[in-house]
Design a protein around this ligand. Structure first.
Ligand code: ZN
Ligand code: ZN
Length: 425
């Protein structure tokens, strides 16, 4: 099925390692941990890296782990995997499905699942790390393996603030990958923007509470919140041109406890996705303007409180380095298995924080992890034109889990092939 034209660089002997990697993957999948709680996960990573001769630093930016393998003169290549799972109740029915629960940042007990595939990213990077030490006579340079905590809430910034730039060799190139609900064996990337910027806001709206029978004596924050939600729909439809990309979603609206009591406040959680800094600033300003104007329109007794929860920059691939990675992947997997993606994905990533902080180019690519039989159209052109079939589980779904074989092998070879462009003379 995989049209491997010839053995990709640094991959000799990987086949013998796959049973161990499969066991690591199933263990990580069965034992997921929420963002910034990846303590067990970090220990598994740390042990595996040390066993393979890597110099390991734990607790970088919280629960992050950084491995360094210095192997003579040459470029410094940063390979990054993310570590965290999500508060999702797993429904895959797999023998190694998670039954874990945890206490989230708000103190609630929640189910936990590797619903975004970060367990796959860690497994592939551990596989690549083991290969790099075993095949050290085939390359020259330094590799920095970054296991980053809390990708879902922007944990990369915490590693930078924990002295990442000064504590580890400065990378000349940053590489990372994400598993996708695409047929396994298919990979894709694109120069320039590949994923959108994401901003998350919490908005507290203030009214004046009272009896449900005498609304004239109150300022009803439920009506105010409803007006804000509806008016926010005009930001993208009325203020952003059709050539631009933006999404505004109100993911939570909370107010009140009982039908005959008008509460005194309401809370909104808002997510904003944009492709350029210009549009990002425009949308953020419009959202704030509308919230404040609706509070005025309702005669709210207090100004709203708008808190910026997370900000993920857009993920921008360096044009030249992306060509190098694309060609390396095409050599490893066959030219028909590596796509140039036609458009930017609406998901977001904090990976580009590393490249920006280091002043180094970065390249991010996607690799399929779903059984090809789930796709009616095996024809790539049809898949690109029609998008994913509705029945295929996507990242963050309780049903999402990549098929371990051959996804682990492909993801590991992809990291090695891309890194080899810089490491193998
Ligand atoms: Zn995710
Ligand atoms: Zn993810």
């Amino acid at each position: 099925m995989i049209n491997t034209t010839n053995e990709p660089p640094l991959s000799t002997g990987l086949g013998d390692r796959l049973p161990e990697l499969l066991a690591i993957y199933e263990d990580l999948h069965a034992n997921p941990e929420l963002s910034f709680q990846e303590v067990r996960t970090a220990a598994v990573i740390s042990d595996h890296l040390k066993k393979n001769g890597w110099q390991v630093t734990d607790e970088v930016g919280g629960t992050g782990v950084v491995g360094v393998l210095s192997n003579g003169p040459g470029p410094v290549v940063l390979l990054r995997a993310d570590m965290d799972a999500l508060p999702v109740q797993e429904e895959t029915g797999l023998p190694y499905a998670s039954t874990a629960t945890a206490t989230d940042a708000e103190g609630n007990t929640v189910p936990v699942m590797h619903a975004c595939g970060h367990d796959m990213h860690m497994t592939c990077l551990l596989g690549a790390a083991a290969q790099l030490s075993a095949r050290h006579d085939e390359w020259s340079g330094t590799v920095v393996a970054v296991f980053q905590p809390a990708e879902e809430v922007g944990g990369a910034q915490g590693m930078i603030e924990d002295g990442f730039l000064d504590r580890f060799p400065r990378a000349d190139i940053c590489l990372a990958q994400h598993v996708q609900p695409a047929p396994v064996g298919l990979l894709g990337t694109r120069p320039g923007p590949i994923m959108l910027a994401s901003d998350s806001l919490r908005v507290q709206l203030f009214g004046r509470g009272g009896h449900g029978a005498t609304p004239e004596l109150t300022v009803d924050p439920v009506v105010l919140a409803a007006a804000v939600v509806l008016r926010l729909q005009t930001v993208v439809s009325r203020e952003i041109g059709t050539a631009q990309t933006a999404v505004v979603t109100v993911g939570a609206l909370r107010a009140g406890l009982k039908e005959n009591i008008i509460p005194d406040s309401a809370e909104l959680l808002i997510n904003i996705r944009t492709a350029t800094q210009n549009v990002r600033e425009k949308v953020l300003a419009a959202v704030e303007r509308i919230i404040r104007a609706e509070c005025l329109a309702s005669a709210a007794p207090r100004d709203p409180e708008i808190t910026h929860l997370y900000a993920f920059p857009a993920t921008i691939n360096d044009a030249e380095a992306t060509v190098a990675v694309h060609n390396s992947l095409a050599r490893a997997f066959g030219i028909n298995h590596v796509l140039t993606m036609p458009s930017v994905l609406s998901g977001s990533e904090d990976f580009s924080i590393f490249g920006t902080a280091l002043g180094a180019p970065s390249v991010f690519w996607l690799f399929g992890g779903t059984d090809p039989s789930e796709f009616a159209a095996t024809d790539l052109a049809a898949l690109l034109e029609n998008g994913l079939p509705e029945n295929v589980p996507v990242n963050h779904s309780p049903l999402y889990a990549p098929v371990p074989e051959p996804t682990i092998e492909i993801g590991t070879k992809a990291l090695l092939s891309a890194a080899a462009y810089w490491l193998c003379p």
